[in-house]
Ligand binder design. Structure first.
Ligand SMILES: [Zn+2]
Length: 152
C-alpha cells in the first residue's frame, strides 16, 4: 500500500463503516481534502448548525455507535497540526461547544480533537476537527463510547 498517497487527506485504515470507506475511496481518487470548504458539500450531507470565523459546526455523517448526539466542529482552513490553529479560534470553539450543550440540553458527554500524523491520531480525515459527543446511555445495548488514539 502506498501510504504516502492515501494518507495525505484521509486514512482509509481508520474508516469505520462500509459507506464511509466507499466515500473515502472517492476522496482518495479525487486527491483532495473532504473537510476543506470547497469540497465539504460534496461529501458531507448534514446540516451546518453554526458557522463562525474559524469553525463550522455540523452533525457527524457517521456517528459513533451508541451516541445520542455526535457533532463535528471543522476548522475552516486546511490544518493538520495544532500549531497551525489560530489560538483565538479556541474561544470560538468553546462558544460553539457551549451552544451545543445548551441547544441539545446535553447532561454530559465529551469532546476530543485528534491532530497530526494519522498513525498516531487514528484520525480518518486529516484536517483538524473536534468530535462532540453525548453517549446514548439509555440504549438497551449501550457500550461506552471510546475515542481511539493511535492506529493499531
Ligand atoms: Zn482540508
Amino acid at each position: 500500500m502506498n501510504k504516502k498517497n492515501t494518507q495525505q487527506f484521509v486514512d482509509l485504515d481508520n474508516a469505520r463503516e462500509d459507506e464511509q470507506k466507499q466515500v473515502m475511496q472517492e476522496i482518495i481518487t479525487a486527491d483532495h481534502c473532504p473537510f476543506c470548504l470547497e469540497n465539504l458539500r460534496k461529501y458531507h450531507k448534514q446540516p451546518i448548525l453554526k458557522e463562525g470565523k474559524y469553525w463550522i459546526l455540523t452533525k457527524n455523517q457517521w456517528p459513533y455507535k451508541y451516541t445520542k448526539i455526535h457533532l463535528l466542529a471543522i476548522y475552516k482552513e486546511h490544518a493538520t497540526k495544532l500549531s497551525e490553529l489560530d489560538p483565538q479560534s479556541g474561544v470560538e470553539l468553546l462558544q460553539f461547544m457551549q451552544w451545543a450543550e445548551r441547544e441539545h440540553k446535553i447532561p454530559g458527554g465529551g469532546w476530543a480533537m485528534r491532530f497530526g500524523d494519522t498513525n498516531y491520531s487514528a484520525g480518518t480525515v486529516n484536517h483538524l476537527h473536534v468530535q462532540f459527543i453525548q453517549p446514548d446511555i439509555e440504549h438497551p445495548e449501550f457500550e461506552p463510547v471510546r475515542i481511539k488514539l493511535g492506529k493499531g
